[in-house]
Ligand binder design. Structure first.
Ligand SMILES: [Zn+2]
Ligand SMILES: [Zn+2]
Length: 85
């Protein structure tokens, strides 16, 4: 699936800790960055990689967001109306 990430210090394979983790505020969508968080099992170094694979385009408003989350823009616009999802 994804290429292996290696720790630059001990060259162990980094373990994926979180995928497409949202960085930044949900209300500052222009500044939002999603990252994959990798941790080295040996030295516990944390590496961040920009997550692009989990981004999906919202069919309703066309905005880009993480596949793991609901669309923030539709959530703001539609309020609690998710019954027809
Ligand atoms: Zn390491
Ligand atoms: Zn949307």
């Amino acid at each position: 699936m994804t290429e292996k990430k290696l720790c630059p210090l001990c060259h162990k394979e980094l373990k994926l800790r979180e995928s497409a983790y949202p960085m930044g505020s949900a209300f500052l969508k222009a500044d939002r960055v999603h990252v994959d968080i990798y941790v080295c099992p040996e030295c516990h170094r944390v590496d961040l990689y920009e997550a692009k694979s989990d981004m999906v385009t919202c069919p309703k408003c066309g905005s880009l967001h993480s596949a793991k989350e609901a669309c923030a823009i539709c959530a703001l616009n539609g309020g609690l109306d998710e019954a027809n999802n």
